[in-house]
Design a protein around this ligand. Structure first.
Ligand SMILES: Nc1ncnc2c1ncn2[C@@H]1O[C@H](COP(=O)(O)OP(=O)(O)OP(=O)(O)O)[C@@H](O)[C@H]1O
Length: 482
């Protein structure tokens, strides 16, 4: 199926029409007849739990996959629609203007004209404060995201699909991006935003489209849909054994256990020197912007990286487990099954007195772990590369817990997971801490910090932690770092 051009007699403001689109991957029906249409000036939040079919739909719109059946028609044809992915695809060492005009025939464009075109393109997304001659590397992550959106529209798209680009942004910056997207829609663009962060889009999106099991289960005007109903629809009634994030911390771990890990004067990934202690039963967190070195510091604690300087002291015989920040390159064994990915490294747990693995117990434990996190598809023999991003993340998390670690290091533990899973992960981490595990969380996601941390170190611009914040001071994070 190719993306068609909307018929000339189509409704005036209609931009995209998706009719009965289906896509199957082997045994999985990823999309089972999606029908929806998008109009000029709409700001649509495209939502759904992990494995609901969002990425599949976006990839079909982007021309990455053909659909098995159905039709898609776009005003202006394929060029009328652009997708901005999480990596943004900008060249950091070039200016904003050069990035915007990249690919344009050079003889038609001189630097002055480039700057003028760039200013116009930036205005179309409500950006008036960015210098066309600024290097992209000098911009904040949110500004870069908006430059990528402006470039997509500048290249002739009227509709832009934003695929989880706000993940990892500070809440203020994410809100700033969403506000610019709202302005872009008001100025005439059609914006479809895929996100798991409901709070970003509630109040800004004009419409919600929720997918579940490859079908549209809710499609309506945002003004008429309450947040709670959205969560309920997205979670399909999945109950989670959790209070709201942060709610139970007052009665949680007291941090009276012994030291399981101590970092002194650590320098890693550009961060440091940092002193940090993880004690049994307590959740210590570090946060800061992407690239600040917070993950490298955590890897040093997990024993996955030798720091550039400083010492790592680990209590004797401590079992360590780590959820790495980048699941694709550092985490999953993509060609292996879900069971292998969950069980790997934790074999001793199932070794019987004879030395043989108790396979049936191993299978049961893996099955319980993936059921608690609602991994889709719920099949231990599924190949991990066939899972959606959020479901891959769940297998990584399940693996780390399967080791019953005494030191649990979590880098971006909730990356790409849906609302219900996020809560389940928070509950499981809290239970681990309450049972005596020392936990170190390194996350750029402020929701993780607010939900989990007993004490939080914020990496400052010089790569150090100037002070450790108790939970009651966490609200300062959202203002201080704005
Ligand atoms: N290349 C593939 N091969 C096999 N199955 C796939 C493939 N891509 C997606 N699937 C399956 O299709 C379903 C929909 O996946 P998709 O990635 O579209 O979900 P999603 O809503 O984007 O999830 P997430 O929020 O986790 O990113 C899932 O069950 C997934 O396992």
């Amino acid at each position: 199926m190719v993306i068609a051009t909307l018929a000339p007699d189509a409704r005036n403001d209609l931009m995209i029409e998706v009719v009965d689109v289906r896509k199957r991957f082997g045994a999985t029906q990823a999309l089972s007849g999606v029908t929806c249409s998008f109009s000029r000036g709409e700001f649509v939040a495209l939502l759904g739990s992990n494995g609901a079919g969002k990425s599949t739909l976006v990839k079909i719109l982007d021309g990455v996959y053909p659909a098995d059946a159905g039709t898609i028609a776009v005003r202006g044809g394929r060029a009328g629609l652009g997708v901005v992915h999480q990596d943004l695809g900008l060249v950091d060492g070039m200016t904003v203007a050069e990035n915007l005009c990249l690919g344009a025939p050079r003889r038609l464009v001189n630097p002055r004209a480039e700057a003028r075109l760039t200013t116009e393109a930036l205005r179309a997304v409500g950006l008036t404060s960015i210098d066309p001659y600024a290097l992209v590397s000098s911009l904040s992550l949110g500004q870069r995201a908006m430059v990528a959106v402006a470039r997509t529209l500048h290249r002739g798209a009227d509709t832009v699909v934003i695929d989880e680009v706000t993940a990892g942004l500070h809440p203020h910056e994410a809100r700033w991006v969403v506000e610019r997207l709202r302005v872009a829609a008001e100025l005439g663009a059609t914006v479809l935003m895929v996100t798991h962060k409901l709070d970003e889009v509630v109040g800004a999106a004009t419409r919600y489209v929720v997918l579940s099991d490859g079908e549209v289960v809710l499609d309506g005007d945002a003004a008429g849909i309450a947040r709670a109903d959205l969560v309920e629809t997205m979670s399909r009634g999945r109950s989670v054994s959790t209070p709201a994030p942060g709610a139970d911390r007052a009665g949680g771990s007291g941090g009276t256990g012994g030291v399981v890990c101590e970092l002194k004067g650590i320098r890693a990934g550009g961060a440091g020197p940092i002193d940090l202690t993880v004690t049994a039963g307590r959740i210590t967190a570090i946060t800061g912007p992407l690239g600040s070195g917070l993950h490298e510091v955590a890897y040093a604690a997990a024993g996955l990286l030798t720091p550039d300087a400083g010492t790592v002291r680990i209590a004797r015989d401590v079992r360590r487990a780590c959820v790495p920040a980048h699941r694709e390159s550092e985490g999953v064994f993509a060609d292996h099954t879900v069971q292998f990915n969950v069980a790997v490294g934790g074999w001793s747990r199932w070794r019987g007195r004879t030395g043989l693995l108790r396979l049936r117990q191993m299978r049961r434990d893996c099955d319980d772990a993936v059921a608690a996190l609602a991994v889709v598809p719920h099949r231990l023999d599924a190949t991990v590369s066939d899972l959606s991003g959020g479901n891959q993340q769940k297998t990584l998390f399940a693996r780390a817990l399967m080791r019953r670690p005494q030191l649990l290091v979590l880098c971006e533990p909730t990356r790409g997971v849906d609302v219900a899973t996020r809560r389940e992960i928070y509950a499981q981490v809290r239970r681990m801490a309450d049972s005596g595990t020392g936990v170190l969380v390194a996350s750029t996601d402020y929701e993780d910090i607010v939900a989990l941390a007993d004490t939080t170190g914020v990496l400052t611009a010089d790569g150090t932690v100037s002070e450790w914040l108790a939970p009651d001071r966490l609200p300062e994070l959202t203002t201080e770092l704005a």
